[in-house]
Design a protein. Structure first.
Ligand SMILES: C[C@@](CO)(OP(=O)(O)O)[C@H](O)COP(=O)(O)OP(=O)(O)OC[C@H]1O[C@@H](n2ccc(N)nc2=O)[C@H](O)[C@@H]1O
Ligand SMILES: Nc1ncnc2c1ncn2[C@@H]1O[C@H](COP(=O)(O)OP(=O)(O)O)[C@@H](O)[C@H]1O
Length: 291
């Protein structure tokens, strides 16, 4: 196979709790992850000449070894002594540095894709082991679906699929460094832990209202104080009919959960109209596993 095109899907965190801090600065977490149908296209082509070439529609992204897709390809090329070169085209749609694991998902697609293109025979578990070297969320992006993530995010347990719903994704024009957000919560201490067990019970019961009502993200404690606009976006989403609204990951993306597409679309229009965000997308949850 000389060419392969994959969808690299984004994620939201329905729940994010921190249980402790490790000596290397990483945190033990307990998170409920959910794939959404908002994706980047990753096109992989074998080249006769060795080397890795990254192309992307976003001029501000690195195209050298600082791109996580480059790192993923480099890891596979070195380990498996691959002689051909790789051209990887990233057609980006997932908001960047947003708490939606866009980069991690690109890396997951490259690991998965190269395994297939070069017939390396690695199992999903073996791919995840390589993924965590690149980033804590990469193993989850290989697995996808509704998943409980523990450890630093790499210990994964599949959960009953999130019931059908619509997700309004809004990315305000702010940037947040994941590392800094985790560091700030260390300094402040956690004032309230989210109800992760409530989300799990809601998933077990297939009860969307219970799931939405139990959502919580400990990192909001830092981000909502620093960026009041995030609270305004949440309120606007709820006033416009969301069962609940929350920041994803380390932010600044905020998402709202809706039972019906028309309400979600109207909420997106309202949000854009208020000027709080320019980037707002309505999508749905995606529970199809990789084949
Ligand atoms: C917050 C979350 C929630 O899903 O996602 P994003 O907001 O990035 O999407 C993740 O925990 C982020 O995962 P990811 O972005 O892959 O993390 P990495 O690249 O491995 O690490 C970036 C930085 O985040 C911090 N980090 C990450 C994971 C973790 N369990 N504890 C941490 O303290 C570390 O300071 C690290 O230097
Ligand atoms: N393929 C990639 N896609 C997006 N960002 C990338 C990629 N490779 C490297 N980066 C860098 O990683 C940072 C965060 O990436 P991203 O995965 O979008 O964040 P998050 O995990 O918060 O959603 C950005 O500052 C970006 O410059």
């Amino acid at each position: 196979m000389d060419k392969l095109e994959l969808k690299a899907l984004g994620k939201i965190n329905l729940g994010l709790d921190i249980l402790g801090r490790r000596e290397n600065g990483y945190h033990d977490v307990r998170m409920v992850m959910q794939t959404v149908y908002l994706y980047d296209r990753v096109i992989m082509e074998k080249m006769r000449e060795p080397g890795i070439e990254i192309r992307t529609n976003l001029g501000f992204l690195p195209v050298n070894e600082n791109n996580i897709a480059y790192k993923a390809a480099d890891l596979m090329i070195r380990e498996f002594d691959i002689r051909e070169g790789m051209r990887i085209t990233l057609e980006k749609h997932i908001p960047v540095a947003a708490g939606m694991a866009g980069g991690s998902s690109n890396a997951a697609a490259v690991l998965f894709g190269m395994n297939r293109m070069f017939s390396l025979g690695l199992s999903e578990e073996e791919l995840k082991k390589r993924g965590v070297i690149l980033g804590a969320d990469v193993p989850y992006c290989i697995m996808r679906g509704t998943v409980l993530a523990e450890g630093i995010g790499e210990i994964l347990t599949p959960l009953p699929a999130m019931p059908k719903c619509y997700v309004l994704i809004a990315k305000p024009p702010l940037s947040a460094s994941t590392k800094t957000v985790y560091e700030k919560i260390d300094q402040e201490g956690i004032s309230r832990h989210p109800d992760i067990d409530g989300i799990l019970a809601g998933l077990d019961a297939g009860d969307l209202k219970k799931i939405a009502g139990s959502m919580g993200n400990v990192l909001e404690q830092v981000m909502l104080k620093e960026h009041p606009v995030l609270g305004q976006i949440k309120e606007t989403m709820k006033e416009a009919g969301a069962l609940n609204a929350m920041m994803s990951g380390s932010g600044p993306t905020v998402f709202g959960i809706y039972e019906n597409r028309r309400t979600a679309k109207a909420a997106a229009e309202k949000l854009k109209h208020t000027g709080l965000v320019k980037q707002a997308y309505v999508t749905n949850v995606h529970n199809v596993r990789r084949k």
